[in-house]
Structure formats: C-alpha cells, structure tokens
Design a protein around this ligand. Structure first.
Ligand code: FAD
Ligand code: UDP
Length: 361
C-alpha cells in the first residue's frame, strides 16, 4: 500500500519505518524544515549540541521500546537531575528527604520523613485534580513553595483546574534519590535525536518532504491510507472549536568562556521570572566545549502546540473529535497532538508501534 504520513516526529517516523519494513511505500511530510518533530536537536552557531524545542531526556521502563530505538542509535547513559529555587536557594526536586532537611533545617531519617509528610499532608478523597495530588501528599507549604506558581506559569491555570495526571508526573520521596526519573532505562542518543531519526527514515521505501502542509499533499491524492500526527482539531477544521494546546517560547543563549553555568541539567524557578526553567545542554549531552548553551522556557497560550492541556472540559472536547476519528476508515491518528495525551517520547513510540501493528495486521 501507499501511505502518507503527516509529521516527522516520533509518531510519524516510527510508523513510517515499521510500514516500510513490512513492504509498504511511505511518504513522510512535515511543515517544518527538519525531521524529528519536537525532539529535533542541532549544533548551534557556536558548535554546542542543543534541543531547539526544549530539553528532551529519554527514559522508559519499556525494554521493548528501548530495544526498538537501539536499532537506530547508540546511547550515552544519563540520569537527569533538577534543582528547584525557593527564596533564592536551590533544593533537590522532586521533593525528597534532603529537600525537607535543607528547607526546614531538619535532620530526618527515612521514617521521620514519612512521618513528616503524614503530619503536613491534607488528605483528599477523591484525588481528582493536580491540587489534590500535591496537597494530599506534601501539604500546603510545599505546594505553595514548589508547585502552585510553577503550574500557574506553565499552564496559565490553577492546579485545581488541571487533572491529577499533570502533578502526578512528579514523585515525592522519603529517601535521598535526587534523580528526576527512576525508569530502568535512562539515556541520550549518543549522536543526538536528529541523527537517530535520520537512520530511522533511511529506507528505500521511505521518502521525506519538508516545509509542506498536509492539506496540500493530501489534495494531490494517490494515497491508500493517511497517518496523521498533528493536532486533531486542525485536521477537522476546528469544527467543534479549538482544542487548547499550551505553547512555549524558547530563549536560547550561548555563554562564551563559561564551562559550566549551573550544577545540574535543569534548574526550575517556580516563583521567580516569567520562564519556568533553565536547562544547560552540556549536562545532557556530555559535550566538552569552552562555552555553554542554555535554554529558558517561557510558557505561552498562542504559538506552536506543545502540550495538550489535561482538564475535564478539554478532554470532553477531544472526545468529540475522537469520535469522528474512530469513523475514519483510511486515516490513523497517533502521537501527542493527535491523541491529545501528555505523552513522553517512549509512550509515543509505544503508541506508534501499536498503530503500525494494527495497520500491518
Ligand atoms: P511532534 O514531535 O510534535 O511531531 C508532530 C509533527 O507534525 C511536527 O513536526 C509538526 O511540524 C508536524 N505537523 C503537524 N501538523 C502538520 C501539518 N498540518 N502539515 C505538516 N506537518 C504537520 N518527552 C520525554 O520523553 N522526555 C523529555 O524530557 C521531554 N521533554 C519535553 C520538553 C518539552 C519542552 C516538550 C514540548 C516536550 C517534551 N517531551 C519529552 C515530549 C516529546 O516532545 C513528545 O512526546 C514527542 O516529541 C511527541 O512526538 P509526536 O510525533 O507525537 O509529535
Ligand atoms: N511542576 C511544578 N513544579 C516544578 C516542576 C513541575 O509544579 O518545579 C508541575 C507542573 O504543573 C508541571 C508538571 O508538574 O507542568 C509536570 O512537570 P514535568 O517536569 O514533568 O513537565 P514537562 O517536562 O513535561 O514540561
């Protein structure tokens, strides 16, 4: 069969490769001038490997998914660490026992840290919103110091308006593990994401066309089936109204002569500045350079769609689009924007492999 795939990110590239390996012909298009979607990385004008659309750290508990991507890349082991700034001081984040001890001048052991959380938490039942999640586990003071303002900045909404899943991404620990993720596999593609995508799409039955709109290519005709990985509301001409997608503005900066700007890959600023966090790429990539490159993320309502916004209203609106999608015989919707799910990269790979399996039969 002859497939058209809209979007050259994880969703599009994985489905493309699977279909091509199964003997189909695949044309992958993207409106951007590059492949790899939001995972795109490149050397900036100073020669530092950066992520154009914000920091991307690969982590998964899915051995099958890591194995799959390992066909296209070698890996550099990397465990991400994050500090949160509160009242001008940095603390380990996610909140762990060291965070408590440093913040409150305590000397808690593991059992005492558990007792501390038990004492300060505000039990919620049901735990329906992101506010519930945080208050229920760490109580109001830690909520206000680390979560409330960051969330308002990131989403333009209160934690009480967001579904539980958003804050539930962040664990709370009574031990001193200061890694951001605890997945069994945590690593960066050794030569970068873009190189991994180049290899994935390097197949005699895959053609790639960039800087072109889906509607334009679709109108040319000639395809048996379409895989669409863009925003689902756009596919349907916004007929039920716009699905909110949160955007970001990325401010990149190179600092000459600064070997290291900050102690860890990312520093979060819940209560200060209009940006949420600063990431220093050399921590992620292990690159050696006399200078260093940073990115600051400024959340915005308008702009390229980066995050589905998990609220009850938005999910209800998505369901209306999804019911149209379910009736399409010749279109498959997959990916973070098309499925309106707050997917990490590995989850998109999983969804794409599942979609490809269905198509291949
Ligand atoms: P995308 O990568 O968005 O690809 C969709 C592509 O479709 C885009 O390139 C777009 O240009 C194209 N497209 C859309 N509509 C059209 C059209 N009409 N015509 C032509 N082309 C079109 N995940 C992690 O696992 N770890 C992380 O550390 C991490 N950090 C992140 C940080 C940020 C700031 C963001 C925004 C996301 C992060 N993610 C992370 C999530 C990760 O980016 C996504 O899970 C993944 O990139 C989604 O892949 P996708 O193919 O679904 O979508
Ligand atoms: N969050 C927060 N304070 C922080 C970090 C995260 O309140 O210092 C909340 C916020 O609502 C954020 C969510 O937890 O959107 C998920 O954080 P994560 O770091 O997973 O976001 P992503 O990397 O996907 O932007």
């Amino acid at each position: 069969m002859n497939f058209l795939i809209a979007g050259a990110g994880f969703a599009g590239a994985v489905v493309a490769r699977e279909l091509a390996d199964a003997g189909h012909t695949v044309h992958v298009i993207d409106r951007r001038p590059h492949i790899a979607g939001n995972a795109y990385d490149e050397y900036d004008s100073h020669g530092v490997l950066i992520h154009r659309y914000g920091p991307h750290i690969f982590h998964t508990n899915g051995a099958r998914i890591a194995e799959y991507l390992s066909r296209f890349t070698e890996w550099r082991p990397y465990e991400h660490r994050v500090l949160g700034v509160v009242d001008g001081k940095t603390y380990p984040f996610p909140i762990n026992r060291d965070t408590l001890n440093q913040l409150y001048g305590l000397d808690l052991d593991e059992a005492a840290a558990a007792a501390f959380f038990e004492r300060v938490r505000e039990p919620r039942d049901p735990v329906a919103t992101s506010e519930d999640v945080v208050l229920n586990s760490v109580g109001r003071d830690l909520y206000e110091k680390f979560f409330l303002n960051y969330t308002r900045k990131q989403w333009g909404m209160d934690p009480a308006q967001l579904k539980a899943g958003v804050a539930a991404r962040i664990p709370v620990r009574t031990n001193t593990d200061d890694r951001y993720f605890t997945d069994s596999f945590q690593a960066m593609p050794a030569e970068g994401y873009t190189r991994m995508f180049e290899r994935m799409l390097d197949h005699p039955s895959i053609s790639v066309e960039l800087e072109v709109e889906f509607d334009e290519v679709r109108a040319r005709g000639g395809y048996d089936h379409i895989i669409y990985t863009g925003p689902i509301d756009a596919f349907y001409g916004y007929r039920f109204g716009r699905l909110p997608y949160r955007s970001l503005r990325f401010e990149h900066e190179f600092l000459p002569g600064v070997a290291q700007y900050q102690a860890v890959g990312t520093v979060n600023y819940p209560n200060d500045h209009a940006f949420t966090r600063i990431t220093e790429f050399k921590h992620l990539t292990g690159q050696q350079h006399e200078g260093t490159s940073l990115v600051r993320e400024y959340p915005e309502a308008d702009g390229d769609p980066y995050y589905p916004v998990p609220s009850n209203d938005n999910e209800a609106l998505f369901k209306r689009y999804e019911s149209l999608a379910k009736d399409e015989a010749n279109v498959t919707f997959v990916g973070r924007l098309a499925q309106y799910r707050y997917y990490n990269m590995d989850q998109v790979v999983g969804a794409a492999l599942a979609a490809a399996r269905q198509l291949i039969g």
